[in-house]
Design a protein around this ligand. Structure first.
Ligand code: SF4
Ligand code: SF4
Length: 253
């Protein structure tokens, strides 16, 4: 049984050199593991290095306070290096960003809270289903606030960490929302297609591909004759291509 366990938060998260986003679940997971260790092995020295602890969901701040009272050492600071000495001990060095003090800790075990990445199947889903990819490699929704479950493909909904890191309660909520969206769609006998869609004046089109790059729904593409063509079944009439066209070749019909 290790006598000293060091946990390091935000390894590969919230860093411009790796993943710029917060992996969302690691703070609470580390706190839970720290509590379980102290519960089973009260003599164990458990230390958590963190940038800042994020415990935003219901009840989590109270849980965090409980962990601190359980004699878990919380040190605010980024770990600079971990070396193994001749006796195979791990030497952790980190400055505390609160006190400026250099901490050198001999650890028997170091646990890294590594950043959450898109699953291996994400890229396959993007390619096979023609879904959108967000800047961090997760699936992209149509609108993070207004349409967080909808993808650009009608009838395909996303939930959980497919669109970005989420904890279990949030994943369950988004799964329920996605299921509701699917049920609502299936409850209709017919699907109504938007009547207002984009139309390209082929005599004006420059074939610059700007509209093609900006259309969230893959509804417009430039053909082999360098003319933009609208897929009438996919177009949602959002107007993005219209405002982006330098030749003013697109309008709604
Ligand atoms: S942005 Fe305008 S000019 Fe460029 S390809 Fe699209 S329709 Fe043609
Ligand atoms: S109106 Fe919107 S959905 Fe339709 S082609 Fe233009 S950008 Fe795409």
């Amino acid at each position: 049984t290790p006598k000293t366990v060091v946990m390091i938060q935000c390894v590969g998260s919230r860093s411009l050199k790796a993943n710029p986003y917060c992996s969302s679940v690691c703070c609470n997971v580390a706190l839970k593991n720290a509590q379980l260790l102290k519960q089973e092995y009260p003599e164990m020295d458990v230390i958590i290095f963190y940038i800042d602890i994020r415990t935003t969901d219901k009840g989590n701040e109270e849980y965090y306070r409980k962990i601190r009272e359980a004699d878990v050492r919380m040190i605010r600071g980024k770990v600079g290096e971990i070396n193994e000495d001749d006796d195979h001990n791990l030497m952790v060095r980190a400055y505390s960003s609160l006190t400026g003090e250099l901490n050198k800790i001999k650890a028997d075990m170091v646990v890294l809270s590594t950043g959450m990445n898109p699953s291996k199947g994400t890229m396959e889903a993007i390619e096979v289903l023609g879904l959108g990819k967000g800047p961090n490699g997760f699936l992209s929704e149509i609108h993070g606030c207004l349409k967080p479950q909808e993808t650009k493909n009608l009838g395909i909904y996303i939930c959980g960490s497919a669109a970005g890191p989420k904890n279990i309660p949030y994943s369950v909520s988004t799964a329920l929302a996605a299921a509701s969206k699917a049920a609502a769609l299936l409850s209709h006998k017919t699907i109504t297609q938007e009547l207002i869609i984009a139309e390209v004046d082929e005599s004006l089109c420059l074939g610059c591909h700007r509209c093609e790059k900006l259309c969230e729904y893959d509804a417009i593409s430039v053909d082999e004759d360098e003319i933009a063509k609208v897929d009438e079944l996919k177009c949602k009439g959002c107007g993005v291509c219209i405002s982006s066209c330098p030749a003013r070749a697109i309008d709604l019909k």
